[in-house]
Design a protein around this ligand. Sequence first.
Ligand code: NAD
Ligand code: GLY
Length: 366
Amino acid sequence: MTIVPVELGARSYDIRIEDGLLDRAMEVLGPFMGRGRMIVVTDETVAKLQFPRLKTVADEAGIAVFPIVLPAGEATKNWSQLEMLTDQLLQLGVERGDHIVALGGGVIGDLAGFAAAIVKRGCGFVQIPTTLLAQVDSSVGGKTAINSRAGKNLVGAFHQPGFVLIDPSVLDTLPPRELRAGYAEIVKYGLIDDRYFFQWCEAHGAELLGGDRAAQIEAIRHSVAAKARIVGEDETERSGRRALLNLGHTFGHALEAETGFSDALLHGEAVAAGISLAFRYSARRGLCAEADAERVAAHFADTGLPHGLSSAGVQADGARLVEHMSHDKKMEGGTLPFLLARGIGETFLARDVDLDDVAVFLDAAD
Ligand code: NAD
Ligand code: GLY
């Protein structure tokens, strides 16, 4: 088993990664299920495909399982599902010392984590991520949230899990498109500050997406170690270090807004297109070599991911996309910090980006 620690003082926890770990989950879950019972929050799809594995081992260990099954999809991260979930948790008599199990993708992790943050002013939770995106990003670092009428992830809290259990075998039931979307977040870690890892992605990305377990485990291990390091340096995104994890997200957010945060463009797909645009914009400003921007876009294209506006299915003009950006929660006193790059593995936070210039760039981008 690979163990990656997340060092956060009193809120430290381990990420445990092993093929087939879900079928031995009680080895790691046991100490967190003090009252002989387990409350599992999951979605309808994961309830059919992966929950039975967890239920089997809990039954064998004599642990009573209380599943709470929510609809699958982004729309579930809303106020009414949060209300229903917290009501059910309270009906089940959840106590502050309990650990709710979040079994699912980023939607379940974010929603169950936020419920855990507010029920009884905060109870424990553990993450068992079942999408690649959740395994390499959302299950680690304690960002929890729901969406509001004003936008995505605008109501939430930092609330760290008690541990994260990652079993790559759950990826066998994940649709290939979801696997690719999660892969974009893996590539992101190389582009932020680790060009050797980007080279690794170029060499092994296709194997990973083809289901090669060793490649998946190596990429997950490397990604969560990178995320743990960055979160350990800046847990609540105050110093600007954690903001690096948002590479591609400002351009990507505009594309997601334009496509209505729908299945037309998955979050990870928007991130791939957004990263490609951030690199092209950096090259246009003379910050990074044109060849680096082309190399990044080529890797996303090679792995079947969007790498610009048209491949993301977006036709809007620059002014409209910039208008979406201006609603970004990262706005600071009327300006928007952007993640730009001086090269592959050399991302930095730029606070001098003129949104009119971005609009001109997007008008000419494809
Ligand atoms: P998701 O949770 O909606 O999962 C995608 C789809 O895959 C769903 O239909 C789900 O039912 C299905 N699924 C999950 N596991 C499966 C499996 N093993 N087999 C078959 N189907 C499976 O989406 P996601 O991409 O995992 O997460 C996206 C969410 O994560 C967004 O809401 C985003 O805001 C959030 N996010 C949060 C953070 C964070 O730091 N908290 C970081 C990145 C993204
Ligand atoms: N996914 C961005 C973060 O966790 O900060």
